[in-house]
Design a protein around this ligand. Structure first.
Ligand SMILES: NC(=O)c1ccc[n+]([C@@H]2O[C@H](COP(=O)([O-])OP(=O)(O)OC[C@H]3O[C@@H](n4cnc5c(N)ncnc54)[C@H](OP(=O)(O)O)[C@@H]3O)[C@@H](O)[C@H]2O)c1
Length: 267
């Protein structure tokens, strides 16, 4: 069995998940890579094994399936693997109005964004606490700190949930030496806006609003190593979060609503 610490990265087939896997492998972690697109995971595993000599386990899963997270954990247990670092990163946005989508679309979304995170954290944190060390990073969003707009109706609430969940779990696990971080990126250059069909809309946003995935992950991993509980990467994003904290909420809601069509499909 490998002496290297093992990291489980969800959503490892694209964007921030690929970057988490690359940077954790460069730090000397073995990896469990999961997402739906197994061929992408296999290519990443081969790349990381070649570049860093780490062991990568590919376990594809659709976290929208009600039993998928439990089956993934069972497969990890059956392989006698212990997770030292859990990156709850898988996620997407559902564009358009809340009532314009079938309920099953929203139910799937909540299973990926909330239920899977809660279960993966529950089972992995138990082992971490018993061993007296471990790290959980929950990829939330600046959207969890800003007023919500029409469109992506469950997205903001799911990201708020991740921040509150991380704060509670961090407080519960702090005495045991386990660290929990909510990472709150703003607009990040990944496949997120291709996956939800918003690329054309967000192309209108100014370039200074965007960060690259490697920088977001670097800041997030450093914040977790320092024991931070909530991390907002980037000066622009921190300024936006501060503004959201101090400006009157009715004014902010109007302001954000007036710009919402730039980054949300609301019909
Ligand atoms: N990009 C941004 O501007 C931004 C800003 C703030 C927060 N975030 C958050 O960052 C996280 C990563 O997103 P990203 O920007 O890296 O987007 P991305 O490039 O589209 O990657 C999303 C990842 O989530 C996985 N995923 C989606 N649905 C899944 C499902 N049903 N089961 C399992 N895996 C699933 C995808 O893999 P498969 O399709 O292969 O399953 C993919 O690996 C998300 O939680 C997102 O909300 C992104």
């Amino acid at each position: 069995m490998s002496a290297r610490p093992l990291a489980l990265v969800t959503g490892a087939s694209a964007g921030l998940g690929v970057e988490f896997a690359r940077q954790l492998a460069a730090q000397g972690h073995d990896l469990v890579l999961t997402a739906r697109r197994a061929e992408r995971l296999a290519a990443l595993a081969a790349e990381l094994q070649r570049a860093h000599g780490v062991v990568c386990h590919v376990m594809s899963a659709d976290l929208a399936r009600p039993s998928a997270a439990a089956e993934l954990l069972d497969a990890i247990g059956a392989a006698a693997l212990s997770i030292e670092v859990l990156i709850n990163n898988a996620g997407y946005g559902v564009p358009g109005s809340y009532l314009g989508q079938a309920w099953e679309v929203h139910a799937d979304f909540q299973r990926v964004m909330v239920d899977a995170v809660a279960l993966l954290s529950y089972r992995c944190a138990a082992g971490m606490r018993a061993r007296g060390h471990g790290t959980i990073i929950n990829v939330s969003s600046l959207a969890g700190l800003m007023p919500s707009t029409a469109g992506h109706t469950l997205y903001g609430p799911a990201k708020v949930w991740l921040i509150k969940f991380s704060e509670s779990l961090a407080a519960e696990l702090a005495p045991s030496g386990v660290r929990v971080l909510a990472l709150c990126p703003g607009f990040t250059l990944t496949e997120f806006h291709d996956a939800n069909g918003m690329r054309e809309h967000v192309a209108r946003l100014p370039s200074w609003l965007w960060m690259d995935a490697a920088s977001v992950v670097r800041v997030g991993l450093a914040a977790a190593a320092r024991g931070r509980v909530v991390c907002i990467p980037g000066r622009v994003n921190r300024a936006l979060a501060l503004a959201a904290k101090i400006l009157p909420s009715s004014f902010l809601r109007r302001l954000v609503a007036s710009r919402a069509a730039d980054f949300r499909k609301i019909d």
